[in-house]
Design a protein around this ligand. Sequence first.
Ligand SMILES: [Fe+2]
Length: 134
Amino acid sequence: MDSREFAKTIEKRVAEFCGSLDAKLPAYSYIPLTTDEMRVKVMQSRLFNEVRAGEIFGGWLKSTPELDVKKTLAEATHEEYVHATYLEEALRQKGAVPHDYKPLPARLTALKGSPTPWNASRRFPWRARALPII
Ligand SMILES: [Fe+2]
């Protein structure tokens, strides 16, 4: 099999997998989810996280002196809201209200204050993957 055939094989498998997601919601979690109601709740929490991540990245713009870093932060901020838009659309397609989500009190406590890029990966571990780009 040459590289083009291999790529087509992978592309077909990914398309089949993604097509199956329209009929059956993905797990989206390390927690075993057994119902679509649970899956929707996790998607809503992910949406909450996307919006908060955008607020955090955007909040660093003013205090960041380097223009190239500001540009990267602005792109990262925008990207979080693109992700939020995808989740909003997916939730609406499932008949859910996207922002009908109330985080646990401990979650809200973690969001208080003004995290810096240096402590955010500890306070917001779901963002840790994105931080090395800053
Ligand atoms: Fe995101």
